[in-house]
Write a protein that binds this ligand. Sequence first.
Ligand code: HEM
Length: 373
Amino acid sequence: MWALASGHHNHHVPEMPKPACGYIYLHGMQSIALHPVQVSLPITINLVSLTRRWLAKEAMASTSSLSAVLLLCLAVAASAQLSPTFYQTTCPNALATIKAAVTAAVNKENRMGASLLRLHFHDCFVQGCDASVLLSGMEQNAIPNVMSLRGFEVIDSIKAQLETMCKQTVSCADILTVAARDSVVALGGPSWTVPLGRRDSTNANEAAANNELPPPFFDLVNLTQSFGDKGFTVTDMVALSGAHTIGQAQCQNFRDRLYNETNINSGFATSLKANCPQPTGSGDRNLANLDVSTPYSFDNAYYSNLKSQKGLLHSDQVLFTGTGGGTDNIVNNFASNPAAFSSAFASAMVKMGNLSPLTGSQGQVRISCSKVN
Ligand code: HEM
């Protein structure tokens, strides 16, 4: 099913330098918890490389490059408006309400933490963290999402609770961002401070969801390009892939790996084949855990699995070759140093949450996350 998307990948033409805004680089983060001051100060914006990349892509004339930089700065200013205390006076119980609801949902069904984390990723990679993925239809019908994304009802129910507490105040995009963090925490992972103040889109983009979400058959070069397009470093990408320490995938997304790849542990492959037969169409939707060793703990076992050739998806295993090349060193570091992983993951999640947010008077605060007001 993903094959359809591959042909279009990265051929989209950004109308605006929107992928460039909001990429803040955090310096000197020593602890996992990102305190407000560390989030907002000091930030430097990698204008040079972002502008260069954008210009290279679009082959811009020099006059329009000037306006590109201008637009870029405006976009960055929009993102810099996010603040961890955004709802402190307008909805003081917002964060506690979200946390309680997420914890309850994860306790009820432990896979839900994974599903909520993935929802946030699929929101942010498509026109930024604007809750576009929550609008009925549209992006939800895109190949990576259809019959795959889950957890919408948890977000809808949190939104309903918040509407009774503080009418039209807390955006769906912020609920999703906080829910992703609380999901990680509920499963034993690191915590971080979430900058807030995102607003919700009035539109969604199915084509962009097909083009910009990386498919599981991608190699390291494609993955690096895909994450690089959003301003992520290779270390960010390897850290974010560590999200696959929780959750499940469908047979159709790892079948080729079981039957056609050689860099897979043979016992691991054999055990998975039982529930994922070779013929296309048989057991396509059967599930397997992305982390074979500790599927419901947000830990660094994902990286040890990769070192044992027990990555479930092709796109997981390409992060570790065993030859010392590619991203092997990063995987080795995260496998042996849980604090390094936690810190890198938290930092990359803040960065992901800052992808092109709508702020100020842009967009709207939806009353119901599944439809525009
Ligand atoms: C590196 C590129 C990535 C690729 C190619 C990829 C691909 C996939 C695929 C194919 C699935 C299984 C979907 C299904 O079979 O229904 C999946 C599940 C998942 N992905 Fe990723 N993903 C990537 C990165 C990420 C990132 C950056 C995050 C979050 C930070 C993430 C979080 C998850 C989670 C938590 C699940 C399990 C969801 C559940 O059980 O409901 N993934 N991913």
